[in-house]
Design a protein around this ligand. Structure first.
Ligand code: ZN
Length: 198
């Protein structure tokens, strides 16, 4: 029988996305076998992130500084704002190095069935930001899923009275595609082919 410590490790690992009980055991074993090269550095990384990483109050990005590095970067085009559903989408665009503006991370998409409405996504915060920062163009990069499309339509309607140009990604994004699964070329094409919606 496994020790209390190992048991606790496995139970915590099993709470991670994509890991069930058996894969959690496998991961725990792999960690225990690589104590110095993986397990201890991982424990350090976990502590450092838990202590220092916080969501940026302006855009929702995660960073150790407030505002985050992207919001503070003077090289970024201040009038260009890309709205994404999840942080992974921001990472995908940053990885592809195709976007030079700033971001707004909603933290999800509208899902009436799950009780996720405009309030849960902080839509008012986004509208205030667009108004206060006098954003010239808001790019809705919310993917082509039904929820993404619904959210895009809703945001376009709410953004329209503010006078900013509102666009959405062009047809490079496949139906049902999430940004994080797209390669750089596709993301670049989708960004270049963006279409005005309001
Ligand atoms: Zn930020």
């Amino acid at each position: 029988m496994a020790s209390v410590e190992i048991d606790r490790l496995v139970r915590l690992l099993a709470r991670l996305p994509g890991l069930g009980q058996r894969s959690a055991q496998r991961v725990a074993l792999a960690l225990l076998k690589r104590r110095d090269t993986v397990m201890l550095p991982l424990a350090d990384a976990l502590t450092a992130c838990a202590e220092r990483v916080r969501p940026c109050e302006i855009c929702g990005n995660l960073d150790t500084t407030e505002p985050c590095g992207i919001c503070r970067d003077p090289e970024r085009e201040a009038g260009l704002l890309c709205v994404v559903a999840e942080l992974e989408d921001l990472w995908a665009l940053e990885r592809a190095m195709v976007f030079k503006g700033r971001y707004h991370v909603l933290g999800g998409t509208l899902k009436a069935m799950d009780g996720i409405g405009p309030e849960e996504l902080g839509v008012d915060r986004l509208l205030r930001r667009v108004e206060e920062q006098q954003i010239a163009e808001v790019i809705l990069a919310l993917g082509a899923t039904v929820d993404g499309q619904t959210t895009s339509h809703y945001l376009a309607e709410r953004l329209q009275p503010l006078g900013s140009t509102v666009t959405r990604l062009g047809r490079g994004v496949p139906v049902g595609g999430e940004l994080t699964y797209l390669d750089e070329g596709t993301l670049d094409a989708a960004l270049r082919a963006r279409q005005r919606v309001a």
